[in-house]
Design a binder for this molecule. Structure first.
Ligand code: NDP
Length: 293
């Protein structure tokens, strides 16, 4: 019997912890903790989890975290470190930094705790459906042992050693930013020519210019003007920043990523980091003097 705990009940953490709670009744209720503790209590009331202190959480066999950045995970490790017990596995689902993964693994191993970087993709909808993709970094035997606990996922990929999960996630999200920005520029040019954007997307999405941005994000979030805030623009800017750190550290040449990284940072400043990531295209709109409708 392995008790599991989930720390960080944000947009992703709430449905991920709920998925754990659905899967592990024999192991006792899933423990949940959140910095603003009322969110943990609300989660317990809604999903049958148990709102726990960090001292209680430290007794779990598997501890999941999903916080905005690796710096936030460091902060929580600092608060719980003295209570941790040997044999626990820490699974960090934050979209974190590979350098931090190495430091965190070393720090936790000193307490007898294993660390795996395990960021996820699939968004809030995927988390609610329990169909996230998890990209794991760490030793193969540790990855194998944690697989049965990843109840929020339907695809689990071991991508390499410590830090590799964070690296793949950062590059994936850099590609998301590039595709989103490029589709926004293309649509701005089409709008400038008087072309109906819905008709243009029908063609693009049946053709080679399509992407998740053109097929899903832009029709559902931008053209509707809804921009539902499920994944913050500030978090996307953080992710492409990590991708650029990775490229720079291994001397890769990535001029397009660098440009879009700068644009993404500017958009987060000008539009607001808490806005949905698709609101990045409001900067394209400002640059072109027209809305994408
Ligand atoms: P949210 O902003 O919705 O939630 C952040 C959570 O982290 C909250 O529970 C918050 O607690 C907690 N937190 C923030 N800072 C600290 C801290 N210093 N110490 C303790 N707790 C802290 O973020 P998301 O759920 O959207 O994202 C979480 C991670 O998942 C990010 O790395 C993101 O890039 C990644 N991700 C997000 C996706 C999405 O669609 N949203 C998809 C895939 C990955 P409190 O309530 O107290 O403020």
């Amino acid at each position: 019997m392995t008790r599991v705990a989930f720390l960080g009940l944000g947009a992703m953490g709430v449905p991920m912890a709920a998925a754990l709670a659905r899967r592990t009744p024999a192991d006792g209720p899933t423990l949940v903790w959140n910095r603003h503790f009322d969110r943990a209590q609300a989660h317990a009331a809604e999903y049958g989890t148990h709102a726990a202190t960090l001292q209680e959480v430290a007794g779990a066999g598997v501890i999941f975290t999903c916080l905005p950045t690796s710096a936030d995970v460091d902060e929580v490790i600092g608060q719980i470190e003295e209570y941790l017990k040997e044999g626990t596995v820490w699974v960090d689902c934050t979209s974190g930094h590979p350098d931090a993964a190495h430091a965190q693994r070393g720090r936790l191993l000193a307490c007898g705790v294993k660390f795996l970087d395990a960021p996820v993709s699939g968004g809030v909808t995927g988390a609610q459906a329990g169909t996230l993709t998890v990209m794991l970094g760490g030793p193969a035997d540790e990855v194998q042992a944690v697989r049965p606990h990843l109840a929020f996922a339907d695809k689990i990929v071991h991508v390499g050693n410590t830090g590799a999960g964070f690296t793949v996630k950062a590059i994936n999200n850099a590609l998301l930013a590039v595709n989103l920005w490029a589709a926004g520029e293309g649509l701005a040019a089409l709008a400038g020519s008087g072309v109906d954007l819905g008709a243009a997307l029908t063609v693009i999405n049946a053709s080679s210019g399509r992407s998740n941005a053109s097929e899903n994000l832009i029709p559902a979030r931008v053209l509707t003007r809804e921009f539902p805030p499920t994944f913050g623009l500030g978090l996307l800017a953080k992710d492409i920043g990590i991708a650029l750190d990775v490229a720079s550290a291994n001397k890769s040449s990535t001029p397009v990523l660098a440009q879009v990284g700068a644009l993404c940072r500017a958009a987060a400043q000008m539009v607001g980091p808490a806005e949905d990531h698709t609101a990045m295209l409001k900067l394209v709109e400002q640059m072109n003097g027209k809305e994408l409708r």
